[in-house]
Design a protein around this ligand. Structure first.
Ligand SMILES: CC(C)(COP(=O)(O)OP(=O)(O)OC[C@H]1O[C@@H](n2cnc3c(N)ncnc32)[C@H](O)[C@@H]1OP(=O)(O)O)[C@@H](O)C(=O)NCCC(=O)NCCS
Length: 143
């Protein structure tokens, strides 16, 4: 997996990967708007991507996915490690994320990589099956 830093020419690929990974896919326009922000940073290839926000010494994972045909082959871990390398070089102290409470695979991956749970947002996700809670997680780089 040779990762590129995400930029505007990637928006079509991002929207395609997002569509096959989430129930409520984001449009190319939504990705383009995010990429216009100076705080947005991410990495991708044709198998997956991770998109983050970086402000001062904190980062947040905005969205993150691997194509269904490429899962359980370590790409998710590789994307997270790429983010950790960047965060360490940029003296980031904490990385935050929200994940749907029933997304067991992602929660498992985040825990394996050292994230810990630090709260619940009640009804944060509006889904076709009704509202679902978010688990808030944090990775403390200075720990
Ligand atoms: C979550 C996601 C990015 C993981 O990507 P991936 O490339 O499959 O992850 P990896 O292969 O690097 O998995 C590494 C470890 O995470 C854990 N893991 C990953 N997926 C898992 C699953 N479905 N069930 C249980 N554990 C899982 C395992 O510990 C795994 O190690 P192992 O395969 O040696 O057991 C991918 O499943 C995905 O795109 N899901 C849909 C979108 C999504 O939920 N994104 C996260 C939103 S917060």
């Amino acid at each position: 997996m040779l990762l590129s830093k995400i930029s505007i020419p990637h928006v079509q690929a991002l929207a395609t990967l997002h569509m096959v990974s989430f129930d409520e896919p984001w449009t190319e326009h939504a990705f383009a708007m995010l990429l216009k922000l100076p705080t947005t940073i991410g990495w991708c290839d044709e198998k997956g991507f991770i998109l983050c926000s970086h402000v001062l010494d904190e980062m947040e994972i905005i969205t993150f996915c691997v194509h269904p045909s490429c899962r359980r082959q370590g790409y998710g871990e590789l994307l997270l490690r790429t983010m950790f390398d960047y965060a360490t070089n940029m003296n980031v102290s904490k990385i935050f994320l929200d994940v749907r409470i029933d997304n067991i695979g992602a929660i498992q991956l985040y825990k394996k990589m050292g994230f810990v749970e630090n709260g619940i947002r009640k009804g944060y996700y509006k889904t076709r099956q009704g509202p679902k809670d978010a688990v808030c997680m944090v990775y403390d780089i200075l720990r």
